[in-house]
Design a protein around this ligand. Sequence first.
Ligand SMILES: [Zn+2]
Ligand SMILES: [Zn+2]
Length: 353
Amino acid sequence: MSSILEYKCPNCASDIKFDSSSQKFRCESCDAEFSEQELNEIHDFEENFGEGTEYKWESAQNNEEMTGMNEYICQSCAAHLAVDETTAAGECPYCGSPVIMNGQLSGMNTPDCVIPFKLDKKAAGEALKAFCKGKPLLPSNFVSDNKIKEMKGVYVPFWLFDCDADANIVYDATKVRHWSDSNYNYTETRHYNVYRSGNIGFANIPVDGSSKMDDAYMDGIEPYNYADMTDFNPGYLLGYMADKYDVDAEKSFPRAEARVTQSTEDAFRSTVHGYTTVVPKMTNVKADGGKYRYALLPVWILNTKYNGENFMFAVNGQMGKVSGKLPIDKKKFWLFFGGIAAAIIALGQFFIF
Ligand SMILES: [Zn+2]
Ligand SMILES: [Zn+2]
């Protein structure tokens, strides 16, 4: 146990001194005052704080090899796709290039769970049309019914993480006050350390296991409703493609951990009120006994070329949310902005008169 005089100021880490007039310990640098009990409590909290974050994950997978499927490989982007033996795969959903049959599927585990497709191709097409509607700069007929027929239903591989997180977080918070007298404006900034400890349970944190499926697209079509998730059965794959994962669970740990840490900081943050600013200063999250499973989530993908450029759209095959980049028709761009400029000039003249 170190002497209390070896403690540093919890606010600014400068030396503290006992001040006989206030009977408290005082920081000479930031003027903060602490009782002996306060200093001991803060010291104990920081001693037990632990370093950074610590996660431990165990597999909850079945580890059975999937059989009875064919494997197709895209010659252009190298996507590996599992397709049932009665279905023929024509084009790669990710880049639109032809795919080549590579024989029987091997080296892919049976998924542990699946959210089955809920939207059929027609419903996904409607969602995509609604997404494009009212975008004035979009080329006419950019998503035609013919294009929508080429949409592919793909089960995208995901790692789903569950854990209980024990966390300690220190926030650096301030209260700022402004006032004036006849000579000066004053600003007073008070600094506070805000301590929070607690436990949060997480279920089904999704991390995408396919390098072909851009994270930005997946983030854009989340969330899925996990209430519909069910044990895997090969029957769900009939008529669809399943992307074979190429990002293994271990490589997905950092993304899962970043999501848990961020969500914990946000949840604890929502209990800190009454300050001008609040910034996490130290975060310590421990999660032992976290588990992960291998899941398939349904996505409708449309690849379309416009002016020689590829555009991809993803539609959440359960909830219908769409993400994708839209091209801009240059002619329409000038018509649109030309129209605004003309309107402004007209208004200007109107007001001058
Ligand atoms: Zn200080
Ligand atoms: Zn491809």
